[in-house]
Design a protein around this ligand. Sequence first.
Ligand code: NAG
Ligand code: NAG
Length: 440
Amino acid sequence: MASPAPSSASAPASHQLRLCHQLRLGWRRRGRGGAVGATFSVALLAAALLLALSYYASSPPTASSSALVGLTLVRRAKEKGAVCLDGSPSGYHLQRGSGTGSRSWLLHLEGGGWCRNLRSCASRQKSVLGSSRYMEHQIEFAGILSNDRFQNPDFYNWNRVKIRYCDGASFSGDVKDELQNGTKFFFRGQRIWEAVMGELLLKGLSHAKQAFLTGCSAGGLATFIHCDNFRALLPRDSRVKCLADGGFFLDVEDISRKRTLRAFYSDVVRLQDLGGKFSHCSQNMDLGQCFFPSEVVKDIITPVFVLNTAYDAWQVQHVLAPEASDPQHSWLECKLDIRKCDSDQLEILQGLRKELHDAISELKHKRNWGFFIDSCFVHCQSLNSLTWHSPSSPRVNNKTIADAVGDWFFDRREVKEIDCEYPCNPTCHNLVFSRPFKGR
Ligand SMILES: *[C@@H]1O[C@H](CO)[C@@H](O)[C@H](O)[C@H]1NC(C)=O
Ligand SMILES: *[C@@H]1O[C@H](CO)[C@@H](O)[C@H](O)[C@H]1NC(C)=O
């Protein structure tokens, strides 16, 4: 994160393994009889291995099948304008469903922050978040994307797709001409969305009996933005719902009473010319306001599930206590490890929780919507087994997130779960960072 204001807010937990790769972080399990935790430094493979071990250690062995899924680049992407920030083709990973899941589709929109100006978008062009030239040829599917029924009981045999994020504005920009300032910039998230949907429809999505659009962090915001369009693309009699994970970003004042995220969004909206895109954007609104979920949801008619923690680690670090608003670094310890927050800081965190609850309570009148607001210090919880569904996953009312989301998707019950205040929930795995989420 650049000083004095974030130039590239990255929300890397949307890609949990990438996050582990970048940061040395530890999972700490708060047990009833004291902390039963191990904090460890991890590299990419070690993290994957440990997560797998912590899961398999206490669950029945399953037939092991490769969860690595190859990257497909969008065909004729340049012709369609469905390109990443640098002009390279966009892409996605598809794992086919089978048996009873063969006509069901789960899509996941990748997250990873936004870029607000040409400088930060230029550095993104040289990364997986701005160019398919840097994307992994294969990635692991875990959590809600897993094909393992013990890790992903309701969706494991569906067609599952992870759509890569490389446009810098939650799949929403559509600037016709490439901008040029020495280098070319392409702001084409909307066209990426359309081109990927076009291909998936041809691959069987158009015959779906049920479909679920999900996304995490900036991809969670993209899920709100595209949910109704997704519904419109699918057969009338199909069951279609959406899930936004860690995507309910709040328009709140930070610790120095500035609206840091609103100013940031205002730059993103201006840069990618999103002002005319949203019908909820009015003249008397600050441009940045248009991009907040609390505004975007006003237009949505398709059922949506909001999965969020009340103490979202990314929002605490970048929205509530951004570096520029904390020159004395008095929040540094607390931002890295929630157990180190003093009583004044905890009170401010409880204020953040209340802001989220107030925003969520406005959704209560929306028919068929659901939510799960836990009190763990994390960011994005659907993409790994430890937070999504395992014997040691966090629970609210004794339900894992996967239980709750499945119950809601299939109408097994109404799901409107709100956890008690931190630190009440002993099943949380609170993240411990060695430094804040970094920009790129
Ligand atoms: C264009 O590039 C020049 C030099 O690289 C830089 O000084 C200028 O600020 C850039 N313009 C914008 C709008 O970013
Ligand atoms: C909690 O759920 C587990 C399995 O999902 C079940 O075995 C256990 O009995 C439940 N506990 C309570 C207190 O309901």
